[in-house]
Design a protein around this ligand. Structure first.
Ligand code: HEC
Ligand code: HEC
Length: 301
């Protein structure tokens, strides 16, 4: 009998050792993946100038979340600092001291924003380039023109620190970076006129996929801190959040106020600081597009 217990104890111990070894191995894989080089074919987008491009670029910078993470002045800021959890500082995008983009050429902007890769070939870990990879060339050039026009400010380089568990999940592929999610062979989309149309809505809603998933079915946001709620299901499937919004006006009111029609607050994980700057046309277009989606179960991203 005693021998049986000894054997059982040994089996448990060996299993625990194996689990630790597997975890350490996954962390090691994660760290190795962070340092890997990613080769992509980059098609540069020519720099543009002019008041119209700068105005459109400012609108995109503010409404697409760039200013949320990099700051309104582009100098970079810490936007995730969880005790014992992840710590993330977005880098300085101005030309001032500590700039991450001082040496950028036309191709480097494309590599970072469309492909999620820095000039050294390393994958960006937090920057949601998958939300921007389908931006057309006209918008892309306008965005870059605006960022390059920002007055120089001093700021700091990027800092990304993940807990071991996140590194392990990244190592085994449960959390993927933007460079893994993007189809790097896709040519840029043909520009679509800004209008309250389904087509333009599909184009604009690309900024929601990083959180709501490519299918818009929502679910837990991969790699997010544990206290973040799951992203809502934006399809008409079971548990759909869009069922609350019968009219484009009701939807726009929530996107601007951060409150549901019954007055309750939507989590500010939804980046309302940026989303409330979306103009009427874009909100109406996004609404029209979301209403064409086929139903999917919540979380089937
Ligand atoms: C969710 C926060 C977030 C948003 C939104 C965001 N960024 Fe970033 N960005 C980062 C972080 C963090 C880094 C550092 C690299 C990484 O992710 O590991 C970064 C890196 C970059 C870099 C690369 C710098 C380098 O290392 O060479 C550029 C360029 C950049 N961002 C531009 C933009 C632009 C333009 C937008 C809007 C279209 C944007 N970012 C939106 C967080 C963000
Ligand atoms: C940074 C992640 C993030 C981005 C980007 C984001 N969302 Fe969300 N969204 C969330 C989360 C998380 C929730 C769930 C909030 C809650 O449960 O309180 C949510 C909830 C919602 C809801 C449900 C509101 C309700 O009535 O409960 C709608 C509608 C929505 N998002 C639409 C959008 C659209 C459209 C976009 C793009 C223009 C977008 N979101 C971009 C994270 C995001």
């Amino acid at each position: 009998m005693r021998n049986t217990w000894k054997v059982a104890g040994l089996v448990v111990l060996l299993a625990a050792i194996a689990a630790c070894a597997a975890f350490a191995g996954a962390v090691w894989l994660g760290e190795r993946k962070m340092r890997r080089s990613v080769e992509v074919r980059v098609v540069p987008v020519a720099f543009v100038k002019g008041a119209a491009a700068l105005a459109r670029g400012k609108y995109l910078f503010e409404s697409r979340g760039c200013s949320h993470c990099h700051g309104d002045d582009g100098a970079g800021r810490v936007f995730i600092d969880e005790p014992g959890g992840p710590y993330v500082r977005a880098p300085n995008l101005t030309s001032g001291p500590g700039s991450a983009v001082a040496g950028y050429d036309e191709g480097d902007w494309v590599r970072a924003i469309r492909h999620g890769i820095d000039p050294k070939g390393h994958a960006l870990l937090v920057m949601p380039s998958e939300d921007y990879s389908r931006m057309d060339d006209v918008d892309f050039a306008a965005l870059v023109a605006y960022v390059r026009s920002l007055p120089p400010r001093s700021g700091e380089a990027a800092a990304v620190r993940f807990p071991l568990l996140v590194k392990a999940l990244y190592g085994v592929g449960r959390i993927r970076d933007a460079a893994e999610k993007i189809d790097h062979r896709m040519p840029p989309p043909v520009p679509i006129a800004a209008a309250a149309s389904v087509e333009y809505g599909e184009y604009a809603a690309a900024m929601c996929v990083g959180c709501h998933g490519a299918t818009f079915a929502g679910g837990p946001i991969p790699g997010s801190p544990p206290d973040w709620p799951a992203a809502a299901n934006l399809t008409p499937g079971k548990g759909s959040a869009m069922a609350r919004y019968d009219t484009p006006e009701a939807f726009a009111a929530m996107m601007r106020s951060g409150s549901r029609p019954d007055g309750s607050k939507v989590s500010d994980v939804m980046p309302f600081e940026s989303l409330r700057r979306l103009d009427d046309t874009e909100l109406a277009a996004i609404y029209a597009y979301l209403k064409t989606l086929a139903p999917r179960a919540a979380g089937s991203r």
